[in-house]
Design a protein around this ligand. Sequence first.
Ligand SMILES: NC(=O)c1ccc[n+]([C@@H]2O[C@H](COP(=O)([O-])OP(=O)(O)OC[C@H]3O[C@@H](n4cnc5c(N)ncnc54)[C@H](OP(=O)(O)O)[C@@H]3O)[C@@H](O)[C@H]2O)c1
Length: 342
Amino acid sequence: MTVVKVAVNGFGTIGKRVAEAVTRQPDMQLIGVSKTRPDYTAVIATKVLGYDLYVPADKVEAFEKAGIRVAGTIEEMVEKADIVVDATPGGKGAEYKKLYVEKGKPAIFQGGEDADVADVSFSTLCNYTEALGKRYIRVVSCNTTGLLRAICTLRREFGVRSVRATIVRRAADPKEVKRGPVNAIVPNPAKLPSHHGLDVKTVVPDLDIITAAVVVPTTLMHVHVVYARLARSVTREEVERAFEEAPRIILVDEALGFKSTADIIEAARDLGRRRYDVPELVIWRESITVNGDEVIWMQAVHQESIVVPENIDAIRAALRLADKPEDTIRVTDETLGLKKFL
Ligand SMILES: NC(=O)c1ccc[n+]([C@@H]2O[C@H](COP(=O)([O-])OP(=O)(O)OC[C@H]3O[C@@H](n4cnc5c(N)ncnc54)[C@H](OP(=O)(O)O)[C@@H]3O)[C@@H](O)[C@H]2O)c1
């Protein structure tokens, strides 16, 4: 089996999770991760996890002064890799692209980058084959990934004519202290549509979709209320079965105590999930409502982890390690323990 060398540039919320997911893949080797600040995360990466850590050339001394072992510069890390997953803050990836191009390395970018950073915007259940062999792939944002998992499942089963969705966004990730709101609900923005539907269209250009978003004071998950008009009339059972059988989607029951995002996260904690991650899209079973060709449901998105499986699939697509979506989905989902919820 070919084993490809993967570097993860940026070891934050997304980067640390993608790095760990890479270590679980039989066809991938994690050759290093990068950071700019010599903080406790850098100590964990090197001393606890045993990763090789690469830093900007002008920061080597600061890391060494802090007693953190450095394997080399970010340029050297990129040089050694077969492919780079760029998980630097939004906008930085576009700057790093120059380095990836210069070193002749393919790269996976995140949703914080503009779509034109890559050859294709990507979501496994929608357009895996379109990304095959592409040098630069952008995994869309957490909200977009959540919308696309459900929409592309319904598209495949029944066809989708239009989607309208309201997105209730978490204010910050749990580790962030400078973001808000703390005590308000903020239209994001008030002028419609929000950018999320436009981002969905970077993957499914022909979809009629309009989204609105508000930001609320929570750190746990996003929640979407979605209205879709399908290409034909369906029954509630058909829709429930389609979601139930789809990869990376789980249904939870309000009747079983899943009354909020806090309950989903609590279950993930009780199940011993690493970092209480829930990379699956979570749909409340009771919310699924069908009226002829119209379907309504509510779904929750764990922003910190939902894009991790898609990053792993994007590596396989770029390097043609799997030609069919089902082949990468099988390995990714098995190694990451997906759909083993309740
Ligand atoms: N968090 C989410 O909910 C989420 C969900 C989906 C997609 N995304 C997208 O994923 C990307 C990363 O977001 P994130 O939330 O993971 O960010 P983050 O937690 O702030 O992590 C960014 C990482 O990049 C490193 N970094 C900063 N500047 C760098 C530079 N010049 N060179 C190399 N590394 C640098 C940081 O290292 P230091 O700490 O050492 O500076 C940090 O490890 C963004 O495009 C974002 O939009 C985020």
